[in-house]
Design a protein around this ligand. Structure first.
Ligand code: PLP
Length: 463
């Protein structure tokens, strides 16, 4: 491939690929993990959950990917064709941010904000809608936190003529009205969660009518709707193995782009809500650590108000509040944990994906928790120097990048930093407005919250 090199000779700031460079396969880290994750468990029997446990809510095509240990899974042509709307995504050398920081570090970022919904989420929404369509599904239900996932799935369902029903966490429904309008424009129905349309929702509303909701509750509602109807399935935008698998197009493209730039990362940084964009950019590079002796560090950044990786415990827990999902072995704060109502709605999830949890436990990735004020400050620096206003979730990565770049400056060492700018913040301007108005505060997570959150699930432990 010659064209990118010619482009990049002139200017190293933007590294573009051709449509023919869209990966042909997704990469499955399961094939190369030294310790395979523990199996999900059926909560009723305590036995490993098999495909049959999942078939009421997911199509078989996705269930087979969920349990697959094949290193590469072929991307269907129809999916690649839709990927062409926004893929390959650009990579930038952050020369503006480097100059602002006066750092000897080289900073690169992959920008997923160019997708139809403005984040990495369509990378998995499209294949999920595709496999549902293959199996004759007429309607898909889901939850959404900040609205990013709901928008992505609404777009994907529109591509395949599938009905889409979204349960949106109450606080985001109120804070981000334009996300709802985007979903409606793509043809989806959107309900604030908890709602009175499900048993799980009605139960929570009875306890606390003023609740701001949580992802765990919204997931329960969406699953409940899906199991009620044979033509309806449920779709999850993060956490599960097949979701992380689909996101690996990000890292595979990034490897090629850095090759054209003649570089390789010392550290890869991404925000972590459930783990999908972190996995997407990291796993293809982590493969090179595991199989080619590379030594890249991988840093997942979570909010200090929802610190499952740095303060949670590794145990079996449900993926949702009502306990409808199988038990998953993961770092968790407890499925009934209610994180503070920070603006980075996509990071307000009580657990972390099984794959990321196992990798953290094995010391193959790192985690850090940051306060939101530092993150917004970083987001403003990025906007001024690079011209992109990051989603509040993505500012968590930017803040950690700035820490690493400042450390490189103090130590006088060169290093190459890659981060995932996983979404833009143009539908999140209320968050920036609140930040400028001094309305945002840092939230400290307490020992007591942790004890409360984990009390109930300790009794669930099979071991
Ligand atoms: C959903 C979302 C996240 C968090 O989800 P992951 O599965 O951890 O990637 C982070 N950033 C943005 C912009 C999102 O939309």
């Amino acid at each position: 491939m010659v064209i990118p090199q010619i482009k990049n000779d002139l200017m190293n700031r933007k590294i573009l690929l051709d449509e023919s460079d869209i990966p042909t396969h997704w990469y499955n880290i399961m094939a190369d993990m030294p310790n395979k994750p523990l199996p999900p468990l059926n909560p009723k029997t305590g036995q490993p959950a098999g495909p049959g446990d999942l078939s009421p809510i997911f199509p078989m095509g996705l269930i087979m990917q969920e349990v697959s240990t094949e290193r590469y899974v072929e991307i269907p042509d129809e999916v690649r064709e839709i990927y062409k709307i926004w893929r390959p995504t650009p990579m930038y050398r952050a020369t503006g941010l480097e100059k602002l920081l006066g750092t000897p570090a080289k900073i690169y970022y992959k920008y997923e904000g160019v997708s139809p919904s403005g984040s990495h989420k369509p990378n998995t929404a499209v294949p999920q809608a595709y496999y549902n369509k293959q199996e004759g599904v007429k309607s898909i239900t889901t939850e959404t936190g900040a609205g990013q996932w709901g928008t992505a799935l609404a777009f994907a369902c529109a591509q395949f003529g599938i009905r889409c029903e979204v349960y949106m966490v109450r606080i985001s429904y109120d804070q981000k009205p334009y996300r709802k309008v985007m979903m409606n424009t793509f043809g989806a129905e959107v309900y604030p969660s908890p709602s009175d349309r499900t048993e799980a929702g009605r139960r929570i509303l009875a306890e606390d009518p003023e609740t701001s909701g949580s992802l765990g509750i919204a997931i329960s509602e969406a699953i409940e709707r899906a199991v009620m109807d044979d033509d309806t399935k449920y779709s999850l935008g993060s956490v599960l193995n097949h979701v992380l698998l689909h996101q690996t197009v990000i890292g595979q493209e990034a490897i090629k782009q850095l090759e054209y730039a003649g570089d390789y990362p010392d550290v890869v940084i991404a925000p972590l809500g459930g783990g999908s964009n972190f996995a997407g950019i990291s796993f293809p590079f982590l493969k090179n650590n595991l199989t080619e002796g590379k030594n890249t560090r991988f840093v997942a950044v979570e909010p200090a108000s929802c610190p499952k990786l740095t303060q949670g415990e590794f145990m079996y827990d449900f993926g949702d509040s009502a306990g409808y999902t199988p038990l998953l072995p993961m770092y968790t704060l407890g499925h009934n944990f209610k994180p503070a109502a920070i603006h980075a709605g996509g990071l307000r999830y009580h657990g972390a994906s099984v794959l990321c949890s196992q990798l953290l436990k094995d010391g193959l990735i790192e985690a850090v928790a940051l306060q939101q004020l530092e993150c917004f400050e970083a987001g403003v620096m990025l906007a001024k120097s690079e011209g992109i206003i990051a989603a509040p979730e993505a500012t968590h990565a930017v803040a950690q990048v700035i820490r690493e770049a400042n450390q490189a400056k103090e130590e006088g060492v060169e290093k190459t930093i890659l981060f995932n700018l996983c979404g833009h913040g143009y539908v999140d301007m209320q968050a920036y407005d609140d930040y400028f108005a001094g309305k945002l505060t840092d939230h400290s997570f307490t020992e007591n919250e942790l004890k409360e959150g984990l009390k109930e699930i300790r009794e669930l432990q099979p071991l």
